[in-house]
Design a protein around this ligand. Structure first.
Ligand SMILES: C[S@@+](CC[C@H](N)C(=O)[O-])C[C@H]1O[C@@H](n2cnc3c(N)ncnc32)[C@H](O)[C@@H]1O
Length: 251
């Protein structure tokens, strides 16, 4: 007991500091202090309709529970409302979000776009021009299609890789597909704008586009605001760590 007391006393300045905040679980999570099992049972909580086991979901993305829970609830919503269409992510890196998306909705095709070699010089050059921000090179290099496939551990043939620089990496056949959920996580202005231009017409009414880093990266924010300037939708800001924005496609 004495040892634990002394450890807690030593840790307390850190625990009280502004930089260190523990995120708690949402009340629909069974580990929440305020968990209401009957509410979660009636509404379904996080689980996809009809599912019983949340194990693989609970362990996903523990460093940003708000982001994880936002993505789960949006994906749950398209299931509950029967918003039909495929899923896509632009900016996959080592596949953490892609794994979450695929394991939550394994029955929907998931298209994954990344260079798998980090940022393209054309995009970082344009970032400096458009936002005035120099982006450090050498980021997101430690990945590959094989590594991501292994980490996702696909449950079926629904995970489709499109390696290369986006949007040139989009085959013509993808334009014939319709999407219910698109996650844009390429950080920079140019690929974010290209992602919005490419997917917006393909997203079905009341489907979702989530732009990650809307409140963290200048380029992601600027691309989103510019793109939506003449559209009926607005970017709804979310309080996850890097501030995603959610766009609900109107009819
Ligand atoms: C922040 S990481 C993505 C993180 C990922 N969603 C996760 O779950 O960890 C950004 C990724 O965007 C990719 N990217 C940026 N611009 C791109 C482009 N024009 N084409 C393809 N991939 C791009 C980078 O290679 C990098 O892997």
């Amino acid at each position: 007991m004495r040892l634990i007391g002394s450890l807690l006393r030593r840790l307390s300045p850190l625990l009280r500091s502004q930089a260190f905040r523990l995120q708690s679980q949402m009340d629909i999570h069974e580990r929440s202090l305020w968990h209401n099992a009957s509410f979660a049972r009636v509404t379904g909580g996080f689980l996809p309709p009809g599912a019983r086991d949340a194990h693989s979901i609970e362990e996903a993305e523990p460093w940003d529970l708000v982001r994880r829970d936002m993505l789960l609830l949006l994906m749950r919503d398209i299931e509950v409302r029967r918003v039909y269409g495929s899923l896509a992510e632009v900016g996959v890196y080592r596949g953490d979000t892609a794994r979450l998306i695929h394991h939550y909705l394994p029955h929907r095709p998931l298209h994954l776009f990344d260079t798998f070699k980090g940022f393209h010089k054309r995009d970082t050059d344009s970032e400096a021009e458009v936002t005035g921000n120099a982006v450090a090179s050498g980021q997101f290099l430690d990945t590959s299609v094989a590594l991501v496939r292994d980490r996702i551990d696909p449950q079926n043939g629904n995970v489709v890789f499109h390696p290369g620089v986006f949007p040139e990496s989009c085959e013509a056949s993808i334009r014939r597909e319709r999407f219910a959920f698109v996650h844009l996580d390429a950080d920079l202005y140019r690929p974010t704008l290209a992602g919005l231009e490419f997917f917006y017409p393909l997203v079905v009414p009341s489907g979702y586009i989530v732009v990650h880093d809307y409140n963290a990266w200048h380029g992601a924010r600027k691309a989103t605001d510019e793109f939506l300037g003449d559209k009926p939708e607005t970017a709804v800001p979310m309080p996850d760590k890097s501030g995603s924005a959610v766009i609900v496609k109107s009819n």
